[in-house]
Design a protein around this ligand. Structure first.
Ligand SMILES: Nc1ncnc2c1ncn2[C@@H]1O[C@H](COP(=O)(O)OP(=O)(O)OP(=O)(O)O)[C@@H](O)[C@H]1O
Length: 282
């Protein structure tokens, strides 16, 4: 279990309060999403979780124990996959995996066995002797996943795992993450893709300006707003209204002369109504 307890982070250089008294609990085995626009504080929070950054206030507890830079035993439960490619471009997949295993002091025989399993799991075995520079973006992201899993973490943290990927690679990554979660891995990811959060996460925290604006299952957040949306295109602006069912939405739309669109409510709508701006807003 991950407990984020009253965590705040101020960057002294810029004076930015990136996180403001954030408290969250993420149960073991959960698939949890931190959803928010650019600059909301998502990366800061997972950098603190992975001890790359220290909080200005508050603490993180993993299975009841306080996380700190010197707690190697707790840190080993976590693996982080960053947003940016952190792979050496002149190394092959096999070499990257072997190097990671050695860095973590994993016995050679285990490195070789896990490397086989993980490359096969991510459908990368056929590319194992290629250098990273010859891989597609999707393959690089999968290799980062293999490398993170080599240490057998209990909690996998991913910062925008599918940013910049084409739709097919994005879906492949989703399938891999779903399988890992079904096998018991706790997954925490940040995203500003609505579809990603809705399709993968059992619970999401909507983060805005360093605060948790809402925390619930995607289904509940949408149900509470109203699962059927009506967009009314009124001249230069679009007005959206939300309803508990199609009948209520049709009754509202029926008497209007402007063009309308009936659609399913999304987490983006929840975000917009909650914080007054969308997830793509910078
Ligand atoms: N090293 C830093 N020094 C100063 N300010 C920073 C630093 N890193 C982030 N910030 C600021 O802290 C706030 C939160 O940034 P953060 O990167 O955590 O947001 P984010 O939600 O992850 O956004 P993105 O999706 O763009 O990565 C922003 O205002 C950002 O400009």
């Amino acid at each position: 279990m991950i407990e984020i307890c009253h965590v705040s982070k101020r960057y002294p250089q810029s004076g930015t309060n990136a996180l403001d008294d954030v408290s969250l609990t993420i149960e073991s085995g959960a698939f949890f999403g931190l959803l928010g626009p650019n600059g909301a504080g998502k990366t800061t929070l997972i950098s603190i979780l992975s001890t790359l950054l220290l909080p200005s206030a508050g603490e993180i507890r993993i299975d009841g124990e306080t996380l700190g830079r010197r707690r190697g035993d707790i840190k080993r439960k976590l693996a982080l996959i960053t947003q940016h490619n952190s792979l050496r471009s002149d190394m092959t997949l096999d070499q990257i995996m072997e190097l990671q295993g050695r860095l973590y002091g994993i016995p050679q025989e285990r490195i070789l066995r896990r490397r086989e399993e993980l490359l096969a799991f991510c459908a990368l075995t056929g590319h194992r002797n290629k250098t990273v520079r010859r891989l597609s973006g999707g393959m690089k992201r999968k290799l980062m996943l293999c490398r993170a899993l080599l240490t057998d973490p209990e909690i996998l943290i991913l910062d925008e795992p599918t940013i910049g990927l084409d739709p097919a690679s994005r879906r492949q990554m989703w399938d891999l993450l779903r399988t890992l979660n079904r096998q018991g891995l706790t997954i925490l990811l940040t995203t500003h893709y609505i579809e990603e959060a809705e399709s993968l996460c059992q619970r999401v925290a909507l983060i805005d300006q360093g605060r948790v604006a809402r925390l619930d299952t995607p289904e509940n957040l949408i149900r509470l707003l109203g699962p059927v949306a009506v967009d009314v295109f009124a001249g230069d602006h679009t007005q959206s209204a939300f309803f508990p069912d199609k009948e209520a939405a049709l009754a509202y739309a029926g008497g209007r002369s402007e063009p309308i669109l009936l659609r399913r409510t999304t987490l983006e709508d929840v975000f917009l109504t909650q914080v007054g701006r969308g997830l793509e807003a910078v």
